[in-house]
Design a protein around this ligand. Sequence first.
Ligand SMILES: Cc1cc2nc3c(=O)[nH]c(=O)nc-3n(C[C@H](O)[C@H](O)[C@H](O)COP(=O)(O)OP(=O)(O)OC[C@H]3O[C@@H](n4cnc5c(N)ncnc54)[C@H](O)[C@@H]3O)c2cc1C
Length: 325
Amino acid sequence: MLPFSLERANSIEAAIAVAASGGRFIAGGTTLVDLMRDEVERPARLIDINSLPLEGIRVEGQELVIGALARMSEVAANADVRRHHPLIAESLIEGASPQIRNLASMGGNLLQRARCPYFRMLDAPCNKRTPNSGCSALHGLNAGSAILGTSDYCVATHPSDVAVALVALEATMRVRGPKSERTFPVEQLFRLPNDTPHLEHTILPSELIMDIRVPIGPRGQNARYLKVRDRASYEFALVSAAVALTQENGLLKHVRIAVGGVGTKPWRLQSCEAALIGKKLDRESIEQAAQLSLRGTRPLEHNHYKVDLLPRTIVRALEMAGGLS
Ligand SMILES: Cc1cc2nc3c(=O)[nH]c(=O)nc-3n(C[C@H](O)[C@H](O)[C@H](O)COP(=O)(O)OP(=O)(O)OC[C@H]3O[C@@H](n4cnc5c(N)ncnc54)[C@H](O)[C@@H]3O)c2cc1C
């Protein structure tokens, strides 16, 4: 591990000022410290943001507001989260381990970096770690790689579970920078790799995530997260699906579907959603819609199984959310 300095921020403004001059925020450290140990990340100056007032979970009008420093375990156990958005709790409990969830913050979760093995292997080319060095996964071990949103520069999947749930729930996030504050959909936080896979997010290093805001409404009540993985806990998704829906007179009025483990970012499936609106939620309509998830997929040598697994996972998640099983 390379030498670095660590300072505690006393105010939001001070933290942002240090970040604007090259410092790096650290919250739970469960991603950043790992990457620093491996020398994949090499920040010289860390700003500990844990004493900033970015904690807490509350209901504000028709929004559930989750502070950026709220811990994964705290959010998963919170009564308001469970009442209004059980999907968020479900996706968090399916992630990492209890020890990590106790330390890991929501802001850090959204900004966690790729889990592609080559990203952490300093002697292997990786465009995400070292721009223009090449992508080892493209023709290497790519069983865990993405099939949607990939480029010839990068095929790494986006790893966060709760990000998939937040995209399905049309959550927004509030960030503050040196000059201003802005709020935008969580879905817009993530970039496609294209030819710059080292740039993963649309926020600047000097922008601090303040909170995450999730609209409260009936669709939060019929929402489920299904995560398929190699083992039952402490494992990232091979494929996951977050579904939120409402029905009226036996027909689908509203449906949102996002998937994880298959895309280079949390992947919203608008074509599947459009195919389901106004339909009766039965096996036939679900299976037809789920097949549309395969449009634009680009499987690699070892991850063809995701082409079978993706529509099946969506079918099952829709059945669960719609109370069909
Ligand atoms: C073994 C292991 C298994 C895991 N399994 C899963 C899993 O199955 N599913 C899953 O979703 N996740 C999983 N994770 C990832 C885990 O959820 C993240 O490591 C954690 O959420 C990151 O939060 P943190 O507070 O520790 O972030 P940190 O490590 O402190 O920070 C991560 C990044 O976010 C930035 N940052 C932190 N807070 C802010 C803020 N408020 N504003 C701006 N930037 C900020 C930091 O600068 C850094 O770049 C796993 C992690 C480990 C180590």
